[in-house]
Design a protein around this ligand. Structure first.
Ligand code: ATP
Length: 697
């Protein structure tokens, strides 16, 4: 009984102490907040008591209040709380209407306030970078929090904790495991106090602001003028928001570096190659007078990039032309008044007819036409060969089937027949389009000349396409930038840089080694698929499937493997998973990706029948859209989603392998690697009877 009473007494003492602490904290904090900042004061008061030393005299929690957001001109960070579970960067809100999530978007009542999510996520980045750099502490120790004075709420929305007043303190102190010891907490506090200096809110002379910003740049945080303002800018789309990222100092250095000749950025999936390329395009637009070309083979990426640049730098976006290389070629030929009839469908028919005439001769080699169609596209036309002797003598990088001289003569016959048929009809296929454009560029280059050319996913270009972009790029500094990853090569064929007269050496060859996209378990699973492969890079180097020095900065995520009984069972599980992932809205962050186009169409119809909003990936242009994206692995190249479902993936790869075509089997595996590495938080792999049901991560 005595024990019981003394425990009650102790509890009463503690609550009295808490009240006193709160009152003291409130009084102490009052002068720090301006009028109208009641919400901030309430939040700070609630948390301030945590910073009181415990009975042993040790301070376990620290708080930084009203600090400058480094690199911004005038923005501030309300609070940073540092304790055993990690760092909480807190933006306090005092909204009249209750905060809620509508269709995956944060709203105050019915007003869209999703930009607050973007903002607080951007606020944590300097902390993440500084802790990684100075103390080697993982980025996921830092949590963005929106704290709502006057409301009750407990929710995790897109990685941001949304907490009302009653929930604030118990959540921050009680829900996460302790990850920092006392010494770490002290070191983190010290580091962050330096990164987020005390806020000097009013009327700083502009030279003070620029000195502060310059200091941040010198410390490698980011470029205050361009990068931060863009990040802080309002964003409405969740997928866009991912791209509006602070650059790591090593990335920023690449954005700012002057290359005295052609340069290259390589690195595994999700290492920020595209983001860095895009910022270099912005730099090029600022420093040259000509237009800047950003191109790649796939259609989707330039569309998304154009849209993004429009949001990031509306003042410069019109100077940066984002377009896939075939469209560029068609537009250029049209503008040059060269009349061509580009007809891929008609060309396909003519190839089939030529194949019917000659297929009997190919039965001992490969009886399926696809390999030979690709041979013509990627080797004969892709390398710009003009006669049989050249073809006999040419190296065929990336083509794994060895061909004798007589095999090559046979292929050349097929090529000639196909070409003659197209000539008779006056049509061109896609490889011809590039050859014509290259010839025309050499004759009369486009006017005005490009100020810079940036090529993404360069590993998938043909040699002809590479020659074309090389021809378009100015020869001076920063003229040509090639971005790519040989592990993500999903189209046949290949080339060496030297074949286009390019030599990229030393400091012009940048390699990114930190993955910012995928949860570690997802990255691991995606690399597993290609771990036993060896890749020949475009500079001739041999690269292994699993890079030795790849680090990851993403927080937790999961890989779910499902073994279904039947195809109907598999479909039902896909629907169930989509429903689970979108229970609170957020359809736009889910993608269902299939190997074959037909399969993707079937899944799109299936989801529609279930009243799940669906968008065909083909028509996606990076605009905000709250529908599940459905498409092929190939179409998803360069994109990313929070959650990716890959039904029948193991089956698709195994099926290709069964056909004894080693090259196609390898490319299918690379495509699976690409598809898996699109997922940030959830990767769902479902097959009929193949995989064991497991969840990793
Ligand atoms: N410094 C950074 N901090 C946080 N996130 C970053 C950083 N750099 C890049 N990211 C994010 O990482 C993701 C991957 O970036 P990006 O698409 O540029 O990579 P990539 O190397 O081109 O990928 P892939 O080759 O797989 O298409 C994007 O969401 C991007 O916003």
């Amino acid at each position: 009984m005595t024990g019981h009473l003394s425990r009650r007494q102790a509890a009463a003492d503690r609550s009295q102490q808490l009240i006193r602490d709160q009152r003291d904290a409130h009084a102490a904090l009052a002068p720090r907040f301006s009028r109208g900042a009641d919400g901030e004061r309430q939040v700070a008061t609630t948390l301030m008591t945590l910073t009181r030393p415990d009975s042993t005299g040790r301070q376990r929690w620290f708080m930084l209040i009203d600090r400058a957001w480094p690199g911004t001109r005038s923005a501030n960070v309300d609070m940073i709380l540092i304790g055993p579970p990690g760092v909480f960067v807190i933006d306090a809100k005092e909204w009249t209407s209750p905060p809620q999530i509508h269709a995956g978007v944060l709203c105050a009542g019915l007003d869209n306030r999703q930009s607050e999510i973007v903002k607080v996520k951007a606020m944590i980045r300097p902390a993440q970078h500084a802790l990684a750099r100075k103390l080697h502490i993982a980025a996921d120790i830092v949590h963005p929090v929106l704290a709502f004075a006057g409301h009750s709420l407990h929710r995790n929305h897109q990685g941001v904790l949304l907490l009302g007043m009653p929930e604030l303190r118990p959540t921050l102190t009680g829900e996460l495991p302790a990850r920092l010891n006392a010494a770490d907490v002290g070191a983190v506090h010290e580091a962050l106090a330096e990164v987020y200096p005390a806020y000097e809110p009013c009327n700083l002379p502009s030279d003070h602001v620029s000195a502060m910003a310059a200091d941040n740049v010198a410390r490698g945080l980011f470029d205050p003028q361009d990068l931060v303002e863009a990040v802080v800018a309002e964003a409405t789309s969740r997928s866009m928001e991912r791209w509006m990222t602070f650059l790591h100092p090593s990335q920023l250095a690449i954005v700012k570096r002057t290359y005295t000749g052609p340069a290259r950025i390589s690195g595994p999936a999700g290492t920020g190659k595209t983001v860095v390329g895009l910022w270099r395009a912005v730099e090029a637009a600022k420093s040259t007078t000509g237009p800047v070309l950003v191109t790649s083979l796939v259609r989707m990426v330039p569309r998304v990039q154009a849209r993004l640049l429009q949001q990031l730098r509306p003042d410069l976006a019109h100077r940066i032309e984002c377009v896939n290389i075939h469209k560029w070629a068609a537009d250029f030929l049209a503008a040059s008044k060269v009349k061509v009839s580009y007809d891929p469908g008609g060309a396909e028919n003519e190839f089939s007819r030529a194949w019917l005439d000659l297929r009997a001769h190919f039965s001992a080699l490969d009886p399926l036409p696809l390999y030979w169609r690709q041979e013509i596209d990627t080797v004969i036309k892709g390398r710009g060969l003009t006669n049989r002797e050249q073809y006999r003598a040419t190296a065929r990088p990336g083509r794994r089937r060895r061909l004798t001289e007589s095999d090559r003569d046979l292929v050349w016959r097929l090529y000639e027949q196909y070409q003659q048929r197209m000539l008779d009809r006056g049509i061109l296929d896609s490889a011809d389009l590039l050859l014509h454009a290259l010839a025309q560029v050499r004759l009369t280059p486009p006017e005005p000349a490009y100020g810079a050319v940036i090529v993404d996913e360069v590993q998938d270009l043909s040699l002809t396409a590479l020659r074309l972009v090389t021809e378009l790029a100015p020869s001076g500094s920063n003229g040509l930038l090639l971005i790519g990853d040989c592990r993500q090569k999903i189209y046949p064929g290949g080339y060496r840089l030297s074949e286009a007269g390019l030599s990229i050496v030393g400091g012009r060859n940048e390699v990114l080694t930190v993955n910012y996209r995928n949860a570690p378990a997802i990255l691991d699973a995606a690399l597993d698929v290609i771990a036993d492969q060896r890749f020949e890079d475009i500079d001739g180097a041999i690269v292994t499937g699993r890079p030795a020095d790849l680090a990851t900065r993403h927080g937790a995520g999961r890989v779910i493997r499902v073994a279904a009984q039947t195809s109907t069972d598999l479909q039902q599980r896909v629907i169930a998973m989509v429903r689970e992932l979108t229970a609170g809205g957020g359809y736009g962050e889910v993608a269902v990706l299939c190997f074959h186009g037909k399969q993707a169409k079937d899944y799109a119809s299936l989801l529609r029948r279930e009243s799940i909003p669906v968008m065909d990936l083909d028509t996606y242009a990076g605009d905000p859209d709250d529908r599940v994206k459905v498409g092929t692995w190939h179409k998803a190249k360069g994109l990313e989603f929070a959650h990716v479902l890959l039904p029948d993936s193991a089956d698709a790869v195994a099926h290709v392998r069964d056909q004894t075509d080693v090259e196609a089997a390898a490319l299918a595996r690379h495509a699976l690697h690409v598809a898996m590495s699109r997922a940030r938080e959830t990767l769902w792999l479902g097959d009929i009877g193949r995989s064991q049901p497991t969840t990793v991560g």
